[in-house]
Design a protein around this ligand. Structure first.
Ligand code: MCN
Ligand code: CUN
Length: 797
């Protein structure tokens, strides 16, 4: 990998040493992962554990006439067979989703998507459970499916959600933001208006580990322990308390090592609830683990937006307004989109990084007979779609004005002195300094040289394209006054205990799925308190062991929990200072902190280390008056605002004119996530996100046939990128700290997934300019690029 970056000040004491705070440091958790010692949900084995398999609907839309479970029940290894009707008797057939919708745990009346949960079998082993599924006889009365989102609202379209009272059509929700009239007025006076239909196809997070759970209900003490592949253990626990009616303190949710989440493990899936029910019914621990095709066909999908983007500008390239109309496919149930007040997630930041006069968005979300959509997938809650829209439409404008796409962006960026910047849709960007980030990307890319190379290649008939994108994200949901999930405010707790020997344990409410929290959170605490990161244990993913908080998604861990970790460490340091003043017999004001120790001002020889203080705090002997023993603190952090990282991406592609195959030759990513805790982990996050972007731009899409059959149910049909399809990433960075975050850090986990697809598509469209191509939709597979070259770029849906 090629990395262009200076070493941040203070990152290393010297090259051979580990950082005592921020800086490059190998991931602590990797010691167990690379030795095969990770402990995932499927590794949980309990005595007497049974196995659960789910019978799924083979059709997209049908009334359930009857279910006969007799043969399955007679299977010698089967312990229980449960249907929706049986759950309905206990009031458990439906569950609330995290987006204020309801979803069937097991279908009772109708099935609403192919792959929907219809019944489950609990058996002695996984194979018997699967075999017994085939013995269940379900009679379906097939109904017409609603597959095409464009016709879902037609008056004669079958109503999918007739379970909802008064539901007469397939409307999921309507949402608008910005000022329609003001935007119309600006459009009316603009010299240039460009509009473009843009599709963001349905894709799947496809994590390496599928979803699953092990439920263990102990009828004696009434306690339920649930190991589950969740990104948000505390929020899930509260929901289980609400759904199952179990007291919350008797539920323990453990999210062990998670093999990738990417947003797909935020929702509560029926399977989790089924395993709980199964354990309640059998009195035994019960494991449910999806197979790959179940994961690909029935867990949450992402994107699926059909957007019309319109942009108004002056002839000399001042962008005046952006308007968009979106048709959103949410599938049969609205799983999770974002905090409850934001039905369309944070799509509201579709105004991008530009200073506009007006903006307006109207969205119509509909139900279709597909698996629940709207799930977050490395998206910062729909910012992926917003960034794609604005970065494509700005490129279309550059085309129309015959202006260089970088020049157009530079001309319209929000200026550094305008921050905090309130967008025309009401978001307040905390900080940003866009031009240096853009210039850095151009410098790494050798932008001018690339353009010259392109001219030469074009003259020879070669297809080379250069694509640019610039994004601003909104991550770190969010201020609890504005944001909640089912009434739970989006704050996060953190606890820090320093043991007598000076080693520490920090307990988080967020849950890593590969982001390296066990390392970076130790580094945050280390930076504040001077205990080496290796001496700080990070505990997370267990509701019995960690304070309440809403979990990891929307790149919120660093913005919210990271802030909590820094502040809790400062609290401990404040206490340590008082104890140190007693030890050194000076007043608190006469002490100076130098990472890891306090010394008397003017006399560095008189000092005590944090380890000395920890022993003193727990030891015999007097402490300063009013100081309780121990060295620990806890906090619940409620962010003041979101953080707004940004980045400039440049992609270079070559297209084979004979096969229409796109090759990403170079990709330059300059990210600004404020203060950088561990640059190596940040780069890893960026590399992963860029790879995701290549997948979405060039190969990934989950299509459905007319009958509503999912055509992307295996990794043979749903292509995901490998090392072969991606270039050596070239990364760089700038640092614009967040003014309201205690250490100035912004999130970065989703930045590259958000920012890369438009850069790649812009590059492909740029390469196809000689064919008069103005736009082509993802995924830009060879056949779609071939069609584009022949002037026939049809939308993928
Ligand atoms: N980091 C840092 N300095 C910063 C910002 C972040 O060193 N200024 C570090 C963090 O401390 C953390 C990592 O980078 O170790 C990502 O931090 P952050 O941006 O806060 O994101 P989260 O930890 O909240 O992770 C969530 C984000 C999301 S929403 C998706 S989706 C995604 C992603 O992370 N899923 C992932 N990255 C993933 N990476 C892996 N391996 N697996 C997933 O499922
Ligand atoms: Cu948008 S996917 Mo991540 O928020 O878990």
């Amino acid at each position: 990998m090629i990395t262009v970056e200076e070493r941040p000040a203070g990152a290393f004491e010297n090259n051979n040493q580990k950082p005592t705070g921020y800086g490059r440091m190998l991931r602590k958790e990797d010691a167990r992962f690379i030795r095969g010692k990770g402990r995932y949900c499927d590794d949980v084995q309990l005595p007497g554990m049974l196995h659960l398999a789910i019978l799924r609907s083979p059709v997209a839309h049908a009334r359930i006439v009857s279910i006969d479970t007799t043969a399955a029940e007679a299977h010698p290894k089967v312990k229980a067979v449960v249907t929706g009707a049986m759950l309905a008797e206990k009031g458990l057939a439906w569950m609330p989703t995290l987006s204020n919708d309801v979803q069937a745990v097991l279908a009772t009346d109708k099935v609403r998507f192919q792959g929907q949960e219809v019944a489950f079998v609990v058996a002695e082993d996984r194979y018997a459970a699967r075999d017994a599924l085939e013995l269940i006889d379900v009679e379906y009365d097939i109904l017409d499916p609603v597959v095409d989102v464009r016709t879902a609202l037609d008056p004669d379209a079958p109503v999918i959600r007739d379970d909802l009272e008064d539901k007469k059509d397939n409307h999921c929700f309507d949402w608008e933001t910005g000022d329609a009239a003001a935007t119309e007025a600006v459009f009316a006076k603009a010299d240039v208006v460009v509009s473009q239909d843009i599709v963001y196809p349905r894709v799947h997070p496809a994590p390496m580990e599928t979803c699953g759970s092990v439920a263990d209900y102990d009828p004696v003490d009434g306690k339920l322990t649930l190991w589950s592949t969740t990104q948000a253990p505390h929020a899930h626990r509260t929901l289980y308390a609400l759904v199952a009616g179990l007291p919350e303190h008797k539920i323990r949710v453990i999210s062990p090592d998670v093999g990738g989440g990417f947003g797909g493990k935020v929702p509560i899936y029926p399977g989790y609830v089924c395993s709980i029910v199964a354990s309640l019914v059998t009195g035994k621990p019960v494991k449910w683990m999806e197979d790959r095709s179940e994961n690909l066909t029935s867990t949450g999908f992402a994107r699926d937006y059909i957007m019309r983007g319109e942009i108004a500008a002056t002839r000399d390239g001042k962008i005046l307004a952006i308007r968009t109309n979106v048709l959103a496919d949410h599938g049969a149930f609205n799983g999770v989109a974002a905090p409850v007040k934001y039905p369309a997630g944070f799509f509201g930041v579709f105004t991008g990084s530009y200073d506009l006069e007006a903006a307006y968005c109207k969205m119509t979300a509909v139900y279709t007979n597909k698996a629940p959509g709207g799930v977050a997938y490395a998206c910062s809650f729909r910012i992926t779609e917003a960034v794609y829209l604005v970065e494509r439409i700005v490129n279309c404008l550059a085309d129309e004005l015959d202006m260089d796409p970088v020049e157009l962006r530079l001309k319209n960026f929000i200026k550094p002195e305008q921050f905090p910047y309130r967008t025309k849709t009401g978001w307040v960007y905390d900080s940003g300094n866009y031009e240096p980030t853009m210039r850095k990307a151009m410098e790494i890319a050798g932008y001018e040289q690339l353009r010259r190379e392109q001219v030469e290649k074009r003259a020879r008939g070669e297809l080379m394209g250069i694509g640019v994108s610039f994004f601003t994200e909104a991550v770190g949901a969010g201020p609890r006054k504005d944001m909640d999930i089912l009434g739970l405010g989006m704050a996060d707790g953190c606890e820090l205990r320093v043991h007598p020997t000076g080693k520490a344990v920090v307990r988080l409410s967020v849950q890593t799925q590969g982001q390296g929290h066990e390392t970076t959170f130790a580094q945050i605490v280390a930076e504040e308190i001077g205990i080496p990161p290796d001496d700080i244990e990070v505990v997370h993913g267990d509701t019995d062991q960690t304070p309440f908080g809403l979990g990891t998604y929307g790149s919120r861990s660093t913005p919210v929990s990271g802030a909590a970790a820094a502040l809790v460490a400062r609290k401990v340091r404040d206490k340590a200072r008082i104890i140190a003043s007693g030890m050194l017999e000076v007043s608190v004001a006469d002490l100076e902190w130098e990472k890891g120790s306090f010394h008397v001002k003017g006399d560095p020889t008189k000092s005590v280390t944090i380890q000395d203080i920890a022993m003193k705090a727990h030891g015999a002997g007097d402490l300063p008056e009013g100081v309780e023993g121990g060295l620990e603190a806890q906090i619940c952090y409620n962010p003041e605002n979101l953080t707004y990282p940004h980045g400039a991406y440049i992609c270079v592609v070559d297209i084979d004119p004979g096969t229409a195959q796109v090759k990403v030759r170079r990709f330059i990513a300059v990210d600004d996530c404020g203060t950088r805790i561990n640059p190596m982990i940040i780069e890893g996050q960026v590399h992963g996100g860029l790879t995701d972007g290549v997948g979405m731009a060039l190969m990934e899409m989950i299509p459905f046939d007319e009958g509503g059959n999912c055509l992307g149910g295996s990794l043979m049909d749903y292509l995901i990128p490998t090392a072969v399809e991606v270039p050596d990433w070239e990364t760089g960075y700038t640092v614009t700290p967040s003014p309201h975050h205690p250490i100035g850090a912004k999130g970065v986990g989703e930045s590259a997934t958000v920012g890369s697809p438009p850069a790649i598509v812009n590059a492909v469209v740029d390469a196809l300019k000689p064919f008069g191509v103005r736009h082509a939709d993802m995924p830009l597979t060879p056949s779609r690029v071939w069609d584009a070259m022949r002037g026939n770029p049809q939308p993928p849906i």
